[in-house]
Design a protein around this ligand. Structure first.
Ligand code: ADP
Length: 385
């Protein structure tokens, strides 16, 4: 029985209303036991005075009256008591019925939204992430329902991201695997010559797979924030010098010029040095990748309020306007075939860069006047005050 009650909040609420009513009745009964005789006596004295009795009339039911009157008063008191308790009995009965009715009404009002949340929770745990609860009002239960809906929305987003991620990864793996498989079959059947080009092709695709796995591993670490961030004061000129030195050879090889412009005053940013180098390397490598020989890439750093703004500008293939906002989504490539021809990756680099910039309190964005009009990739990092 107690288990049955324990599992039903509505019943508990109803019982709590009834307990309140019973306590009220008990107090009423005890109080009336004490208060009724003296109140009756007081009123009888008042009545005696009105009927011409002297002021010295006594206290209590029937006290200080003549023998006949005293007996009458006692009878009167007894009758009064009986009628009082009879009336009280009806009142108690009516109060209990009213309490049960009001209790059921309010318990239902409280329980119904909780039941809805409970049903929705069950639905979500069964994998139906589109489940939502109706929110009426602003009380705590409505707030619970609103928070529940927010949580459900987040879960739905995470679930759809997970699905998309699996789809994207499968898609990215398929292309190199198909090439490798095709080449191997060609070799086995003797259709393809056992020449170095065939092996180079297979090697290139395995390299691509390797790259993809590395990128995915890095992306998952960055997205899960499963890395140490060593934020400290970093000198911008050192940062730029390191990156320029590291990439210089590749620029020379492709005959693309790389220049850097820094403000005259020394500038310190609050950042993790390795991560800042990683972001710059990624953006400048992209610029090199998407800029034909003879082109130019420049890295400009300037002060913008309490931030340092880094701008990587190239004279490369540019980005059509409709892609600019998506370019930082993972696996997003403006033109997949173009990216592949250019030896491009899987569209993970900029997603990692965005995470790293945002984790250091900055913003990142891309600008381009359109196809073959060059691009600018800019990001900010907080300046040391
Ligand atoms: P990827 O490894 O494919 O280069 P990224 O995330 O680094 O992946 O870049 C995503 C896409 O953004 C690229 O596939 C390319 O289409 C475009 N992109 C990036 N940088 C440039 C650039 N400097 N100029 C033109 N397009 C660019």
């Amino acid at each position: 029985m107690s288990d049955y009650i324990n599992r039903r909040l509505g019943l508990k609420l109803l019982l709590s209303y009834l307990v309140v009513i019973f306590v009220g009745i008990l107090v009423l009964l005890i109080a009336s036991q004490f208060a009724v005789p003296s109140a009756f006596g007081r009123h009888m004295i008042g009545m005696g005075r009105m009927m011409g009795q002297g002021p010295g009339a006594g206290q209590g039911a029937g006290q200080g009256l003549g023998p006949g009157q005293s007996e009458m008063s006692a009878d009167l008191y007894r009758e009064f008591r009986l009628s009082f308790f009879e009336a009280l009995k009806y009142a108690v009965f009516a109060a209990i019925i009213a309490a049960v009715a009001v209790g059921i009404f309010f318990s239902r009002r409280v329980i119904a939204p909780l039941r809805a949340v409970m049903a929705a929770t069950q639905h979500i745990s069964d994998g139906h992430y589109d489940e939502r609860v109706q929110v009426d009002g602003t009380d705590e239960i409505s707030q619970l329902a609103a928070h529940f809906n927010q949580m459900a929305e987040k879960l739905e987003q995470v679930e759809s991201m997970r699905r998309r991620l699996i789809g994207d990864v499968a898609h990215e793996l398929r292309t190199p695997l198909t090439v490798i498989k095709g080449s191997m079959e060609g070799l086995m059947d003797g259709v393809l010559p056992a020449a170095s080009e065939t092996y180079s092709e297979i090697h290139r695709e395995t390299e691509r797979l390797n790259h993809l796995v590395d990128d995915l591993q890095e992306l998952s670490r960055v997205e899960a924030r499963a890395y140490q961030m060593d934020v400290r004061s970093v000198d911008v000129s050192n940062l730029v010098a390191t990156v320029v030195k590291r990439l210089g050879h590749q620029f020379d090889d492709k005959r693309v010029t790389l220049t850097s412009n820094l403000p005259r005053d020394p500038m310190q940013v609050l950042a993790d040095e390795d991560r800042a180098i990683q972001i710059l390397t990624n953006l400048i490598s992209n610029s090199l990748q998407y800029t034909p020989s003879g082109g130019q890439v420049s890295l400009d750093v300037s002060r913008a309020g309490n931030e340092a703004q880094f701008r990587v500008k190239d004279t490369g293939i540019g980005i059509p306007a409709e892609h600019l906002t998506h370019i930082f989504d993972r696996f997003y490539r403006v033109d997949k075939s173009r990216s592949r021809q250019n030896g491009g990756g899987s569209g993970i680099g900029l997603a990692i860069a965005r995470h790293l910039v945002e984790a250091q309190g900055g913003r990142i964005w891309a600008e381009s006047a359109g196809e073959s009009k060059g691009s600018v990739f800019a990001f900010t990092l907080p300046l040391v005050k």
